[in-house]
Design a protein. Structure first.
Ligand code: FES
Length: 68
């Protein structure tokens, strides 16, 4: 099912982006896919899909400390 008709992005692609990018940052993922960059009507549904998938996918916490 299409989430973003303007860009031809499916729900499956949004879910895969969450998993493959190991991120749950909606802004980052939607921007990378181009979702919401045209008419913008898809953003709410895309974010819902993204949040659902994030809840199912454990996200590894990156160690950003600067240990030396
Ligand atoms: S449906 Fe996604 S930008 Fe128009």
């Amino acid at each position: 099912m299409y989430v973003c008709i303007c860009k031809g992005i499916t729900e499956k692609q949004v879910r895969e982006a969450v998993t493959s990018r190991n991120s749950n940052n909606p802004k980052e993922i939607l921007k990378a896919l181009g979702v919401g960059t045209d008419c913008g009507t898809c953003v709410e549904d895309a974010v819902k899909t993204l949040i659902e998938q994030s809840a199912r996918t454990p996200i590894e916490m990156k160690d950003t400390s600067n240990k030396s």
